[in-house]
Design a protein around this ligand. Structure first.
Ligand code: 13P
Length: 255
């Protein structure tokens, strides 16, 4: 049984004070939720104060990016050694990092390996852009990204990571994929590739999220799909009421 996982990617939003206020609201709303793992991913600067606030709650914490070296003269970077004191998860290979900050498949793989080496659980993002989607290249792109991200990752390690399928054309556009469409890519391409790499049984154990314009109204459409194990939520994770509703709908849909 795969435990569903809902993660909020706050991206480059919320000052530290705003992050603290949002977490206080979320703690209330998420207090008695069972059966779904919840993870918040604020900016680096908000990780420490948010970690303190989350300590008694069971809500998980993640970063949005990470460098692959443990330490060194790398001005501006944050290392896995630093993160593992504060959080359990780290989003890696998000399309915004690939698009605006030049992240490559190879770099994502280095980061995945570094995170796993330190016991951090990566949320590895894959997904095709609009042009690739329209050219019918979704499966090819997603498979390439996934194989590259998982290069030299052992079967034992792959169990602890989460994969997020985020079609780039659905991110921040208010134009989500359909539940059936996302389930097809996740079930056939993502789980299919995992099965080729690690065998069918292990492919069934790995949790795979959908991300892209998820909101309280459409979450059930995704969470009732057999191969989708949760969501990576952007915009709707910035409002406490919406994020709590998404988690509650997930509990209901997965029961
Ligand atoms: P939106 O939910 O704002 O579309 O963002 C999705 C996303 O990129 C999460 O990582």
């Amino acid at each position: 049984m795969r435990v569903p996982i809902i993660a909020g990617n706050w991206k480059c939003y919320k000052t530290v004070a705003e992050a603290v206020a949002l977490v206080r609201e979320l703690r209330q709303g998420l207090m008695n939720i069972k059966g779904v793992e919840v993870v918040l991913c604020p900016s680096f600067v908000a990780l420490a104060p948010v970690a303190d606030l989350l300590k008694p709650t069971g809500i998980g914490l993640g970063a949005q990016n990470m460098f692959w070296e443990d330490q060194g003269a790398y001005t501006g970077e944050v290392s896995p050694l630093m993160l593992k004191e504060l959080c359990q998860y780290v989003i890696l290979g998000h399309s915004e990092r690939r698009q605006y900050f030049g992240e490559t498949d190879e770099g994502v793989n280095r980061k995945v390996k570094a995170a796993l080496r330190h016991g951090l659980k990566p949320i590895v993002c894959v997904g095709e852009n609009l042009a690739e989607n329209e050219a019918g290249r979704t499966a090819e792109v997603v498979e390439r990204q996934l194989r590259a991200a998982l290069r030299d990752i052992s079967a034992e390690q792959v169990r602890s990571l989460v994969i997020a399928y985020e079609p780039v054309w659905a991110i921040g556009t208010g134009r989500p994929a359909t539940g059936a469409g996302a389930n097809a890519v996740i079930g056939q391409t993502v789980r299919g590739t995992l099965a080729e790499l690690y065998g069918k049984a292990l492919a069934q154990e790995v949790r795979i999220q959908y991300g892209g314009s998820v909101n309280p109204k459409n979450i059930a459409e995704f969470m009732t799909q057999p191969d989708i194990d949760g969501a990576l939520v952007g915009g709707a994770s910035l409002k406490a009421a919406d994020f709590v509703a998404i988690v509650q709908e997930t509990v209901r849909a997965k029961q």
